[in-house]
Design a protein. Structure first.
Length: 404
């Protein structure tokens, strides 16, 4: 009985070792290749796309749990069921939150990307642009001080008055009494009816000039409600930028809507608006991957364009027919090529016989497209021919014809 007691823990240890060995072996039968990180350098809060190709290298189908780790922390996981020799592309999108180098593990493949600090408002323009803006502001400030500090000088109209013993003209206000040798004389307009005009010429008062209106009639424009839809798109997708233009003046006029993206003029649209009218202007832009700053007349917003995953090709379903052929008979070797990326691309597929390249063919596939490729091979020399097509293997035999 004591001998059986110590056998129980030994059996449990052996079972644990066998289970761990089987798990490691199962994981080793799946290979993760072509690990891609896009973009490799981003700002804090920007999205990062991580993709790779998973291949089942064993002779039977199986299930594989793909875990995406960022700095040893699991961020995403996918369970794949693949047939023997089958490959599949996996892709995940994560958000970069930690500045510095971030270490990425996807299965047995590793890589890293860099996260820079949050971009500030002063990073919108180069340093020399900010210096120019500061100089313009200082000049404007000095002009305002000069205009306020220097009073306007206006001459008041007057009438020359000469008195006895005067050697030069004396000035007074219009309508003031004048001194003559006989005394002061009132102006004509102040004398009672029937009185004689005063001696000497007096200018007649002119008509009052009509003052200018306080505000001249003109159009006054304003821009409001800037919207960007959507704020995040894939490369090649359109982004719509809307704004409302209003004419608050008393006359019709034309307003030029200027759209700047990252400080550069992207589009100019002219709008003719009646007094009190408003109109929505719509501008559509298409950009490559990156973050963009849009501005219309002081109103601004941002949008992000996510780069497309490059073309990624896989080859599967190798078929050899017939596997036994006569001398001079054609053997058809075919396979299916799939582009699992988000961009179109061209792929060169090479057929090898006995380790040497027999022939090649180039195909161009759109994103998600698959195409069957067939090679017709004719051999007159009897024997076995080992076939290799982009990692897929097989063989056929050419039989000798016996002459009776």
């Amino acid at each position: 009985m004591r001998k059986l007691t110590w056998l129980l823990p030994v059996a449990l240890i052996l079972l644990f070792v066998l289970a761990a060995t089987a798990s490691v072996s199962a994981q080793d039968d799946f290979k993760v290749t072509n690990l891609s990180i896009s973009p490799e350098s981003v700002a804090v809060g920007d999205p990062v796309t991580i993709s790779a190709n998973v291949t089942n290298t064993k002779d039977t189908g199986g299930t594989y749990l793909v875990e995406l780790k960022l700095n040893d922390e699991v961020k995403d996981s996918q369970q794949l069921t693949l047939d023997a020799g089958q490959s599949q592309n996996v892709s995940s999108m994560i958000t970069a939150d930690t500045p510095g180098d971030n270490f990425v593990e996807l299965g047995d493949a590793t890589d890293f990307f860099t996260v820079t600090g949050q971009a500030s408002f002063f990073d919108i323009f180069d340093t020399w642009v900010w210096w120019v803006i500061a100089g313009v502001i200082i000049v404007l400030f000095i002009l305002v001080i000069v205009i306020v500090a220097v009073p306007s000088r206006k001459k008041q109209p007057g009438v020359a008055i000469k008195g006895p013993g005067s050697t030069g003209p004396q000035f007074g206000y219009p309508g003031a009494p004048t001194q003559t040798p006989g005394g002061f004389q009132m102006p004509e307009q102040f004398q009672p009816p029937g009185s004689f005009p005063p001696p000497g010429p007096f200018p007649a008062p002119g008509p009052m000039t009509e003052p200018y209106p306080q505000y001249a009639r003109r159009p006054i424009f304003s821009v409001s409600n800037l919207t960007i839809t959507p704020n995040q798109v894939k490369a090649g997708a359109p982004v719509t930028i809307n704004a409302i233009i209003s004419n608050n003046g008393s006359e019709a006029g034309t307003y030029s809507v200027v759209l700047r993206i990252n400080g550069m003029v992207e589009n100019i649209t002219d709008l003719m608006l009646s007094p009190g009218a408003s109109q929505t202007t719509t501008i559509t832009v298409i950009k490559d991957g990156g973050e963009y700053y849009a501005e219309v007349d002081g109103l601004s917003g941002t949008f992000i364009v996510i780069p497309l995953v490059p073309a990624n090709f896989s080859v599967r379903n190798l078929v050899i027919a017939p596997e036994r052929a006569k001398q001079g008979e054609t053997v058809n070797i075919s396979a299916i090529v799939t582009n699992s990326g988000e961009s179109a691309g061209t792929y060169s597929i090479a057929l090898k016989l006995k380790g040497a390249i027999e022939t090649t063919e180039e195909i161009t596939l759109n994103p998600g497209e698959s195409q069957k490729v067939t090679f017709g091979i004719t051999k007159k020399t009897p024997g076995f021919y080992n076939v290799e097509l982009e990692g897929l293997t097989g063989r056929f035999v050419v039989e000798m014809e016996w002459q009776g």
